[in-house]
Design a protein around this ligand. Structure first.
Ligand code: ZN
Length: 176
């Protein structure tokens, strides 16, 4: 199965999983199709600005493996009898990873939206302070616990609209 995943998407996913070093490992794998950790290391080491070590490469490979972005095949070396591990990208899983991330974000946004819809908020209008739900505002007798200014009703329609739009956009992306 061949699935088209462009470099930008692969970079983003690798960054989320293991930062800049994971990007380098993923791009090396993309170039080689299949490679050992040593091959990946020497490819990355050609770039003089990196000081990545074999152990780092291995750690990243395991992280990517945990998310099924790479797979690993162990092959016995005929001469030495040792196992050689060859790593390769599973590009079809990259798409699955992105979908799962989006689903996770939708869940968080939905919980946030439910919270916004089911509460009335009070706010002192000081940028550094936080809005308080009615129950908490009442406990502080409508005086901000941080800056002591009066807490006023806060219209959260804009917050709700923003959350709804973001959720709708992500759901549209998932259905594409
Ligand atoms: Zn305040």
């Amino acid at each position: 199965m061949s699935i088209f995943v462009d470099d930008d998407v692969l970079r983003k996913v690798a960054t989320v999983i293991g930062g800049e070093e994971a990007v380098q490992v993923a791009m090396a794998l993309k170039k080689f199709k299949e490679a050992t950790d040593d091959q990946i290391l020497s490819y990355i080491a050609e770039d003089a600005e990196t000081e990545i070590k074999l152990n780092d490469v291995r750690k990243i490979l395991f992280k990517l493996h945990n998310h099924s972005i790479v797979q690993c095949d162990g092959v016995r070396d005929e001469t030495t009898g040792w196992f050689i591990f060859r790593w390769s990208l599973q590009l079809d899983q990259v798409e699955g990873f992105i979908k799962n991330q989006k689903k996770r974000i939708i869940k968080i946004l939905q919980e946030r939206l439910d919270y916004e819809r089911s509460h009335d908020f009070y706010y002192c209008n000081t940028p550094e302070c936080e809005r308080l739900p009615f129950e908490d505002a009442m406990e502080y007798v409508f005086k901000c616990p941080t800056c002591e200014k009066l807490l006023q009703y806060f219209e959260n329609k804009k917050v709700i609209d923003t959350l709804e739009n973001k959720i709708a956009q992500l759901e549209k992306e998932l259905s594409e």
